[in-house]
Design a protein around this ligand. Structure first.
Ligand SMILES: [Fe+2]
Length: 248
Protein backbone atom coordinates (compact mmCIF):
# COMPACT_ATOMS: atom_id res chain seq x y z
CA UNK A 1 0.00 0.00 0.00
CA UNK A 2 1.38 3.40 -0.93
CA UNK A 3 1.52 5.68 2.10
CA UNK A 4 2.65 8.56 -0.05
CA UNK A 5 6.10 9.08 1.45
CA UNK A 6 9.77 8.61 0.76
CA UNK A 7 11.79 7.39 3.73
CA UNK A 8 15.43 8.19 4.40
CA UNK A 9 17.57 6.60 7.10
CA UNK A 10 20.96 7.82 8.14
CA UNK A 11 22.70 6.68 11.36
CA UNK A 12 19.41 5.39 12.75
CA UNK A 13 17.67 8.68 12.09
CA UNK A 14 14.56 8.55 9.95
CA UNK A 15 13.24 11.34 7.76
CA UNK A 16 9.79 11.07 6.19
CA UNK A 17 9.14 13.18 3.13
CA UNK A 18 5.57 13.19 1.90
CA UNK A 19 4.77 13.76 -1.76
CA UNK A 20 2.03 16.15 -0.68
CA UNK A 21 1.16 18.22 2.34
CA UNK A 22 0.15 16.04 5.30
CA UNK A 23 -1.56 17.36 8.42
CA UNK A 24 0.05 16.36 11.71
CA UNK A 25 1.34 17.41 15.10
CA UNK A 26 4.42 17.08 17.29
CA UNK A 27 4.77 15.95 20.89
CA UNK A 28 7.46 17.77 22.86
CA UNK A 29 9.39 16.30 25.79
CA UNK A 30 8.36 19.29 27.94
CA UNK A 31 4.64 18.43 27.54
CA UNK A 32 5.28 14.87 28.72
CA UNK A 33 7.26 16.10 31.72
CA UNK A 34 4.64 18.69 32.61
CA UNK A 35 1.95 15.99 32.54
CA UNK A 36 4.17 13.59 34.51
CA UNK A 37 3.83 10.73 32.06
CA UNK A 38 7.61 10.19 32.20
CA UNK A 39 8.86 8.15 35.18
CA UNK A 40 12.37 9.62 35.56
CA UNK A 41 11.23 13.24 35.89
CA UNK A 42 14.47 14.39 37.49
CA UNK A 43 16.66 13.50 34.52
CA UNK A 44 13.97 14.45 32.00
CA UNK A 45 13.85 17.97 33.49
CA UNK A 46 17.65 18.23 33.30
CA UNK A 47 17.50 17.22 29.64
CA UNK A 48 14.93 19.89 28.84
CA UNK A 49 17.04 22.55 30.57
CA UNK A 50 20.23 21.66 28.74
CA UNK A 51 19.07 20.58 25.28
CA UNK A 52 17.11 22.40 22.65
CA UNK A 53 13.41 21.52 23.07
CA UNK A 54 13.36 17.89 21.87
CA UNK A 55 10.52 16.50 19.78
CA UNK A 56 9.70 13.02 21.07
CA UNK A 57 7.40 12.04 18.21
CA UNK A 58 5.46 13.33 15.31
CA UNK A 59 2.11 12.08 14.11
CA UNK A 60 0.87 12.34 10.53
CA UNK A 61 -2.88 12.15 9.93
CA UNK A 62 -3.15 10.41 6.56
CA UNK A 63 -6.94 10.27 6.88
CA UNK A 64 -7.07 14.07 6.81
CA UNK A 65 -4.54 14.52 4.04
CA UNK A 66 -4.14 11.79 1.41
CA UNK A 67 -7.00 11.00 -1.01
CA UNK A 68 -6.85 7.21 -0.62
CA UNK A 69 -7.04 7.41 3.20
CA UNK A 70 -9.58 10.24 3.12
CA UNK A 71 -11.81 8.02 1.00
CA UNK A 72 -11.41 5.07 3.39
CA UNK A 73 -12.31 7.37 6.27
CA UNK A 74 -15.37 8.70 4.47
CA UNK A 75 -16.66 5.16 3.81
CA UNK A 76 -15.69 3.36 7.02
CA UNK A 77 -14.73 6.05 9.59
CA UNK A 78 -11.40 4.26 10.01
CA UNK A 79 -8.64 6.80 10.73
CA UNK A 80 -5.11 6.03 9.45
CA UNK A 81 -2.10 7.67 11.11
CA UNK A 82 1.66 7.35 10.87
CA UNK A 83 3.87 8.01 13.89
CA UNK A 84 7.58 8.75 13.77
CA UNK A 85 8.94 8.14 17.27
CA UNK A 86 12.46 9.50 17.65
CA UNK A 87 15.14 7.49 19.36
CA UNK A 88 16.28 9.15 22.56
CA UNK A 89 16.37 9.03 26.34
CA UNK A 90 14.85 11.45 28.84
CA UNK A 91 18.30 12.21 30.20
CA UNK A 92 21.43 14.26 29.56
CA UNK A 93 23.54 11.09 29.28
CA UNK A 94 23.00 8.32 26.74
CA UNK A 95 21.34 6.06 29.32
CA UNK A 96 17.93 6.35 30.87
CA UNK A 97 14.23 6.22 30.13
CA UNK A 98 13.57 5.65 26.44
CA UNK A 99 11.44 8.10 24.48
CA UNK A 100 7.87 6.91 24.19
CA UNK A 101 4.51 8.14 23.02
CA UNK A 102 2.20 9.70 25.64
CA UNK A 103 -0.08 6.66 25.68
CA UNK A 104 -3.83 6.47 25.98
CA UNK A 105 -6.84 4.23 26.38
CA UNK A 106 -9.85 4.17 24.08
CA UNK A 107 -13.06 5.77 25.27
CA UNK A 108 -15.20 3.04 23.70
CA UNK A 109 -14.82 -0.71 23.18
CA UNK A 110 -13.02 -0.33 19.84
CA UNK A 111 -9.70 -1.90 18.94
CA UNK A 112 -6.74 -0.60 16.98
CA UNK A 113 -4.57 -2.13 14.28
CA UNK A 114 -0.83 -1.56 14.54
CA UNK A 115 1.90 -2.09 11.94
CA UNK A 116 5.65 -1.41 12.28
CA UNK A 117 6.85 0.09 9.00
CA UNK A 118 10.52 0.75 9.82
CA UNK A 119 12.87 -0.43 12.60
CA UNK A 120 11.81 -1.90 15.94
CA UNK A 121 10.05 -0.70 19.09
CA UNK A 122 8.36 -1.79 22.31
CA UNK A 123 4.59 -1.73 22.41
CA UNK A 124 3.46 -1.47 26.04
CA UNK A 125 0.02 -2.84 26.80
CA UNK A 126 -1.33 -2.54 30.35
CA UNK A 127 -4.67 -3.95 31.41
CA UNK A 128 -6.88 -1.04 32.51
CA UNK A 129 -8.21 -2.96 35.52
CA UNK A 130 -5.42 -5.25 36.72
CA UNK A 131 -2.45 -3.25 35.31
CA UNK A 132 -0.96 -6.54 34.15
CA UNK A 133 1.47 -5.41 31.45
CA UNK A 134 2.76 -6.96 28.24
CA UNK A 135 5.81 -5.37 26.66
CA UNK A 136 5.96 -6.55 23.09
CA UNK A 137 9.29 -6.21 21.29
CA UNK A 138 8.06 -5.55 17.78
CA UNK A 139 10.30 -5.75 14.73
CA UNK A 140 9.96 -4.23 11.30
CA UNK A 141 6.83 -5.54 9.48
CA UNK A 142 5.29 -6.93 12.69
CA UNK A 143 1.63 -6.18 13.22
CA UNK A 144 -1.14 -6.86 15.68
CA UNK A 145 -4.57 -5.83 16.88
CA UNK A 146 -4.70 -3.99 20.22
CA UNK A 147 -7.68 -4.95 22.38
CA UNK A 148 -9.50 -2.00 24.02
CA UNK A 149 -8.91 -3.45 27.50
CA UNK A 150 -5.33 -2.14 27.28
CA UNK A 151 -3.73 1.23 27.92
CA UNK A 152 -1.18 1.47 25.11
CA UNK A 153 1.97 3.36 24.24
CA UNK A 154 5.11 2.77 22.18
CA UNK A 155 8.71 3.13 23.41
CA UNK A 156 11.66 3.32 21.02
CA UNK A 157 14.31 0.60 20.85
CA UNK A 158 17.67 1.39 19.23
CA UNK A 159 16.73 3.73 16.38
CA UNK A 160 13.90 5.98 15.27
CA UNK A 161 10.79 3.94 14.50
CA UNK A 162 7.94 4.51 12.08
CA UNK A 163 4.61 2.78 12.61
CA UNK A 164 1.07 2.94 11.26
CA UNK A 165 -2.13 2.79 13.30
CA UNK A 166 -5.70 2.27 12.14
CA UNK A 167 -8.66 2.84 14.45
CA UNK A 168 -12.35 3.74 14.21
CA UNK A 169 -13.09 7.42 14.80
CA UNK A 170 -15.49 6.37 17.53
CA UNK A 171 -12.65 4.71 19.51
CA UNK A 172 -11.80 8.08 21.09
CA UNK A 173 -8.57 8.89 22.92
CA UNK A 174 -8.49 9.04 26.72
CA UNK A 175 -5.19 10.73 27.68
CA UNK A 176 -6.38 11.70 31.17
CA UNK A 177 -6.03 8.09 32.29
CA UNK A 178 -2.25 8.40 31.73
CA UNK A 179 -1.79 12.00 32.92
CA UNK A 180 0.04 12.45 36.26
CA UNK A 181 0.87 8.76 36.58
CA UNK A 182 2.33 7.22 33.40
CA UNK A 183 2.28 3.45 32.90
CA UNK A 184 2.76 0.59 35.41
CA UNK A 185 6.13 -0.16 33.75
CA UNK A 186 8.53 2.07 31.80
CA UNK A 187 11.30 1.00 29.44
CA UNK A 188 14.88 2.17 30.06
CA UNK A 189 18.19 1.63 28.29
CA UNK A 190 21.10 1.08 30.71
CA UNK A 191 24.58 -0.28 29.94
CA UNK A 192 23.46 -1.19 26.43
CA UNK A 193 20.60 -3.32 27.75
CA UNK A 194 16.88 -2.87 27.98
CA UNK A 195 15.68 -2.45 31.54
CA UNK A 196 12.04 -2.50 32.65
CA UNK A 197 11.34 -0.25 35.63
CA UNK A 198 8.24 -0.52 37.82
CA UNK A 199 6.27 2.66 38.44
CA UNK A 200 5.61 2.89 42.21
CA UNK A 201 2.30 4.66 41.55
CA UNK A 202 0.85 1.28 40.52
CA UNK A 203 0.54 -1.41 43.16
CA UNK A 204 0.52 -5.17 42.58
CA UNK A 205 1.30 -5.08 38.91
CA UNK A 206 3.47 -7.47 36.93
CA UNK A 207 4.90 -7.53 33.45
CA UNK A 208 5.93 -9.94 30.77
CA UNK A 209 8.40 -9.14 28.00
CA UNK A 210 7.39 -10.84 24.76
CA UNK A 211 10.01 -11.15 22.04
CA UNK A 212 7.91 -12.79 19.36
CA UNK A 213 4.33 -11.90 18.61
CA UNK A 214 2.03 -14.23 16.71
CA UNK A 215 0.67 -12.38 13.73
CA UNK A 216 -2.75 -13.27 12.46
CA UNK A 217 -4.42 -10.79 10.13
CA UNK A 218 -2.34 -8.23 8.26
CA UNK A 219 -4.24 -4.95 8.78
CA UNK A 220 -2.66 -3.13 5.83
CA UNK A 221 -3.64 -5.88 3.40
CA UNK A 222 -7.12 -5.92 4.88
CA UNK A 223 -7.46 -2.14 4.68
CA UNK A 224 -6.54 -2.36 1.01
CA UNK A 225 -8.73 -5.32 0.09
CA UNK A 226 -11.67 -5.17 2.45
CA UNK A 227 -11.89 -2.03 4.62
CA UNK A 228 -15.45 -2.94 5.68
CA UNK A 229 -14.14 -6.15 7.25
CA UNK A 230 -11.40 -4.21 9.05
CA UNK A 231 -14.08 -1.84 10.35
CA UNK A 232 -16.08 -4.81 11.66
CA UNK A 233 -13.00 -6.26 13.42
CA UNK A 234 -12.06 -2.90 14.98
CA UNK A 235 -15.58 -2.13 16.14
CA UNK A 236 -16.30 -5.63 17.51
CA UNK A 237 -13.20 -6.89 19.31
CA UNK A 238 -15.18 -9.42 21.35
CA UNK A 239 -16.55 -11.05 18.20
CA UNK A 240 -13.02 -11.28 16.76
CA UNK A 241 -11.12 -12.11 19.95
CA UNK A 242 -8.90 -14.62 18.15
CA UNK A 243 -7.47 -11.88 15.94
CA UNK A 244 -6.51 -9.65 18.88
CA UNK A 245 -3.56 -9.80 21.23
CA UNK A 246 -5.21 -10.34 24.60
CA UNK A 247 -2.29 -11.59 26.66
CA UNK A 248 -2.06 -15.04 28.11
FE1 LIG B 1 -5.17 3.75 20.46
Amino acid sequence: MDFGYALKESNGELTVNFKQKVVGWKRLASEMVEDKVVLDLKNAKKMIETKREPVVYEQYNLWKSIDRFKEIFKKTKIASDLTLLNFGVFSTSNEGELFSTYGHAHETECGEAYFVLKNSCFLILSDKKTYETFILHLKEADYLFIHPKFLHRTACDKKDVLFATFYPELAGHDYKIIKNRGFPFHVFRCKNRTKIVKNPKFKNSRYELIEKVKTRVNPIKLLERNPEKLKDILENPEKYKKIYFIGR
